[in-house]
Design a protein around this ligand. Structure first.
Ligand code: ADP
Ligand code: MG
Length: 151
């Protein structure tokens, strides 16, 4: 499936882009965020949360694996960086196929447990305030989402 990208020149630009995605997501959507430490995964999630109407401040869930926020639909924000092993099952499916949208930082840790159809976002560090954001759909729903986001 087609991959496209956008370049941002400031954290605010990344957040505005993610905010647009937050306005488009529906229940059951799964968004994965890949990229090195400091790439902007959590910043992206903050913007997405804003687009979802989340009022609380979104912080990295590093020490809890998952944090849940109330928005237009629930937001399940996961950071699976600290999982012991890739097969550790913390009941992820309940969230993936639940009534909200799931955003996962470091998805490679649990790739075997992820749903097949997901919007894959990769953020690449290009300079102090420049990032390349790549978007890839892996199924029919994420493809639809990707097209709406590209408009
Ligand atoms: P991650 O969750 O990937 O570790 P964070 O979102 O916590 O990354 O941190 C990204 C850092 O990079 C923040 O300090 C943010 O202000 C900075 N930054 C600089 N330029 C950008 C940009 N264009 N997009 C996103 N973040 C940026
Ligand atoms: Mg983070």
């Amino acid at each position: 499936m087609e991959t496209w990208s956008i370049r941002t020149m400031a954290p605010e630009e990344t957040m505005v882009f993610a905010e647009k995605l937050g306005a488009l997501v529906q229940q059951g959507d799964v968004i994965t965020l890949e990229g090195d430490l400091g790439a902007g995964k959590t910043s992206f999630t903050k913007g997405l949360a804003k687009g979802l109407g989340v009022k609380k401040v979104v912080n990295s869930p590093t020490f809890t694996i998952m944090k849940q926020y109330k928005g237009r639909i629930p937001l399940y924000h996961m950071d699976v960086y600290r999982l012991e092993n890739e097969y550790e099952d913390l009941g992820f499916e309940e969230y993936f196929y639940g009534d909200g949208v799931t955003v996962i930082e470091w998805p490679s840790m649990i790739v075997a447990q992820l749903p097949q159809d997901r919007l894959k976002i990769t953020i690449e560090y290009k300079g102090e305030s420049e990032r390349l954001i790549m978007i890839e759909a892996t199924g029919s729903r994420s493809s639809e989402l990707s097209k709406e986001l590209a408009v």
